[in-house]
Design a protein around this ligand. Structure first.
Ligand SMILES: [Zn+2]
Length: 210
């Protein structure tokens, strides 16, 4: 299954560079929208690493690992997003000067990198449902990464820093909404991820008999 492992590893590595760049850029420029998208990409990174490990670890281990990671990933994301929304509201009331060009440039780089992740996953997207989901998710993320770009442009043009936390709160609300939707629609698969693993085992058998 190295033809799956390699692109998954590559996608995970590219995702890592996105959240590190957004995290550092966000803190440096006081941009909540960049930090918010960084947290989002960090959670995507965990999910991608899980997917990668599911192909590397023994089945029993990967099942337990996936289950714990899935729960921590979804619940953690909702809690962190809630905290960041609260921080953004505080920032709207007491604005702090934001360096607009940093979310603009880093957001553009994250958009290109997310496009790269989608392109890496495209050839293997029909391997199983989990990879197909990751691919579709990343297509959406190309547009989400444009939110800090918009925040940067608004701050640069209007010289009003509060546009940045407003957009950050918007990303946070979208993130909580989509995570809750994901938990309720695939609760069984999140808690009992055997299904996903079985599919991958089945595929391996298919490959061996080819
Ligand atoms: Zn995402």
């Amino acid at each position: 299954m190295s033809h799956v492992k390699k692109p998954l590893g590559l996608a995970a590595a590219l995702n890592t560079t996105i959240f590190i760049a957004e995290g550092f850029g966000g803190i440096e420029s006081h941009s909540n929208s960049l930090i918010m998208d960084g947290v989002h990409n960090f959670s995507d990174e965990l999910a991608m690493a899980c997917l990668f490990l599911a192909y590397v670890l023994p089945i029993a281990m990967s099942r337990n690992f996936q289950r714990t990671a899935n729960i921590l990933n979804s619940a953690g994301l909702v809690i962190i997003s809630g905290f960041l929304i609260w921080q953004s509201i505080e920032r709207i009331i007491h604005p702090k000067p934001t360096i607009g060009y940093i979310p603009l440039i880093v957001g553009l780089l994250a958009t290109v990198a997310n496009l790269g992740v989608a392109r890496i996953l495209k050839p293997i997207k029909n391997q199983n449902a989990a990879i197909r989901l990751a691919y579709l998710h990343n297509l959406g993320d190309i547009y989400v990464s444009l939110a800090p770009v918009l925040a940067g442009i608004l701050v640069l043009v209007t010289h009003k820093s509060f546009f940045d936390p407003i957009i950050a709160a918007g990303i946070g609300i979208w993130l909580i909404g989509s995570t809750i939707k994901e938990i309720s629609s695939s609760y069984n698969e999140l808690i009992w991820p055997e299904n996903a693993v079985c599919k991958h085992e089945h595929l391996e058998v298919v490959h061996k008999t080819e």
